[in-house]
Design a protein around this ligand. Structure first.
Ligand code: ZN
Ligand code: ZN
Length: 579
């Protein structure tokens, strides 16, 4: 039985390979371009909040009430569009449209899955929160303050109905998402108080208009606080578990990651990888012991030995004052290195701007990239660096040990060059509105994680210390995957999770606690980094084997990135079929 299944599978693979060589049907391809335009317009019409989020601001004044009618609108949209897609023979489309087709189809099927099976609108009360979208209207500088405040005003009309509909939808919510919803709604409601009043004071609106807005803001705050209170008093006798369960998890994994691996497969790969990393780390730490620990006796436990060496190396770090300038200094160094080693071309016309994290990003330490949205292509790409001002000396020290002299360089590779920022520059060169709005997270994160390994393999700042710290960093993504799958499908307890993170991945207690909280609130997303990385790395190794002496690393990187933020499995199909 099993054998039969395998041979059918092989045959269908052969057929799809043959089909890939079919030439593009120009007329059909153009028809599909038109279809995509219509798809995006309709998508925004029913998802105005999502539209504002990507910089399309024509629908800012609309707040969709999440009632039964709205669910029907979403389902009808998905089914109608899935029907329209049937007119297109995917194999006759251009490469760009082939991947766009798959991404649209996945989005629509995921939407049906979410409504009919996942049903998080019933068990996750934190899905209901209007505050963020109102804050974005106040913070955005895409239009005059007056225009934005008028959209803010009109949008407030639907807030009471919005929260009434939310209350009707909720059934047996998880305790974790209920607590989050209460905290985030109450916390977010300040946007209707201090933030709004400050904006009103600066605006040229008439006194009557200002009063109207302030009156509506009071009604809005009441609706938000009522919702939080309603959640607090909800007699939730049979709360749903925050654990998704194996069946739903497997399906969500397929929709969110769009990998050629299943969740079970990537779990096994991650466990093997973790063991492999431990072996490699032990060899290095054992070698470095004398240099950092002198004649101190070596612990018998391998993981303890590695930990003690890591703790010593982590003491080499910068200061809170020099944190940003240190990052600024490293960016051109990374660019020069990538150029000198001929790893890939980086277009210098859109430089990365390093800046202090803007106030509205509110105290989240670390670093992140702010990319321009698809409707605002000329805007800068920013590297936001969190400041440690106002931190206790103890917290700053712990943070700096984490982002020590070695890890900080790996962070810059990941976020900037040749990681996220470089990938963005490439994806902007093969413009696809579909890939900008439905971009595959596993490809984007996978690329940044791949870039770290690739840079070290090419010799970047190589030393035993650098490799040891890199392995520790790589253990984080690896264990994120193990953690997510174990917690959601294998009943891993909090105690077991803490052992995995603190003992096996060498994390601080505070970091591990934060990760535990995250895994109780999200599903699958924590797997995106490792899954994408594994797929990209394996694709490269496969091509290396196939092409032998003709394999060229620079060409591989540029070709891979030229497909934009599409799922790796589709890029792989296209790259392998071309050879
Ligand atoms: Zn220190
Ligand atoms: Zn990242």
């Amino acid at each position: 039985m099993k054998k039969l299944f395998v041979s059918i599978f092989t045959i269908s693979l052969l057929f799809s390979c043959n089909k890939n060589t079919k030439t593009t049907d120009k007329a059909l391809d153009q028809k599909f371009d038109k279809y995509k335009e219509g798809f995006v317009t309709s998508l925004w019409k029913i998802n105005p909040g999502w539209a504002s989020g990507v910089g399309y601001h024509k629908l800012d004044s609309i707040l969709v009430v999440p009632d039964a009618t709205e669910t029907k609108v979403q389902l009808d949209f998905a089914n109608t569009q899935l029907d329209s897609l049937k007119q297109y023979d995917i194999e006759s489309l251009s490469d760009n449209n082939k991947t766009d087709f798959q991404m649209i189809k996945n989005q629509l099927e995921a939407s049906v899955f979410s409504i009919k099976e996942l049903k998080s609108s019933e068990w996750n009360p934190s899905e209901y929160n209007v505050c963020g979208s109102f804050a974005e209207i106040l913070n955005g500088n895409y239009d005059s303050l007056e225009v934005r405040l008028r959209a803010f005003n009109a949008k407030m009309n639907a807030i009471p109905a919005y929260y009434e509909a939310a209350k009707k939808n909720i059934k047996n919510p998880t305790i974790e998402h209920t607590d989050l919803a209460i905290a985030q709604n109450i916390g977010g409601s300040t946007v209707f108080e201090a933030d709004l009043n400050e904006a009103l004071a600066k605006s040229k609106l008439s006194a009557a208009e200002k009063k109207e807005i302030q009156d509506k803001a009071k009604v809005s705050i009441k609706a938000i606080k009522d919702y939080a209170e309603w959640l607090q008093n909800l007699p939730n006798k049979t709360p749903r578990s925050f654990r998704l369960g194996a069946d739903l998890y497997a399906k969500k994994f397929n929709f969110d990651i769009q990998s050629s691996y299943t969740a079970d497969e990537i779990y096994k790969i991650a466990v093997d990888h973790k063991n492999d990393l431990h072996d490699k780390m032990f060899v290095l730490a054992d070698k470095l012991w004398k240099k950092y620990k002198g004649n101190a006796p070596k612990p018998a436990d391998k993981l303890e030995l590695i930990k003690q060496v890591i703790d010593k190396i982590s003491l080499q770090h910068t200061t809170p004052e020099r944190f940003q300038s240190e990052i600024e200094k490293q960016i051109p160094e990374l660019a020069a290195y990538v150029k000198a080693k001929d790893l890939l071309y980086i277009d210098p016309s859109k430089p990365l701007v390093v800046r202090k994290e803007p106030a509205y990003m509110a105290g989240v330490a670390g670093a992140s990239i702010s990319a321009a949205g698809p409707y605002d292509k000329n805007a800068n790409t920013y590297y936001n660096v969190g400041s440690m001002s106002g931190w206790t000396a103890e917290n700053a020290e712990s943070y700096l040990r984490e982002y020590n002299d070695y890890i900080l360089q790996i962070l810059n590779i990941h976020e900037a060059i040749p990681g996220h920022y470089t990938q963005l520059v490439y994806s902007n060169q093969s413009p696809s509105i579909i890939k900008s709005i439905l971009g595959n997270g596993a490809m984007v994160e996978g690329w940044a994680v791949y870039a770290e390994k690739m840079m070290l393999e090419s010799g970047y700042k190589n030393s035993d210390e650098m490799w040891l710290m890199y392995y520790k960093w790589n253990l984080r993504t690896t264990c994120n995957t193990i953690l997510d799958i174990s917690v959601h499908t294998k009943d891993m307890s909090k105690e077991e999770a803490m052992i995995l993170l603190t003992r096996e991945a060498f994390q601080q207690q505070a970091e591990a606690e934060g990760k535990w909280k995250r895994v109780t609130l999200s599903q699958v997303q924590l797997c995106s980094y490792f899954t994408g990385y594994t797929e990209i790395y394996n694709l490269r190794e496969e091509l290396k084997k196939q092409e032998g002496d003709k394999f060229n690393l620079k060409k591989f990187h540029e070709k891979f990135l030229s497909f934009g933020s599409a799922p790796v499995k589709y890029i792989k199909e296209l790259m392998l079929s071309k050879e």
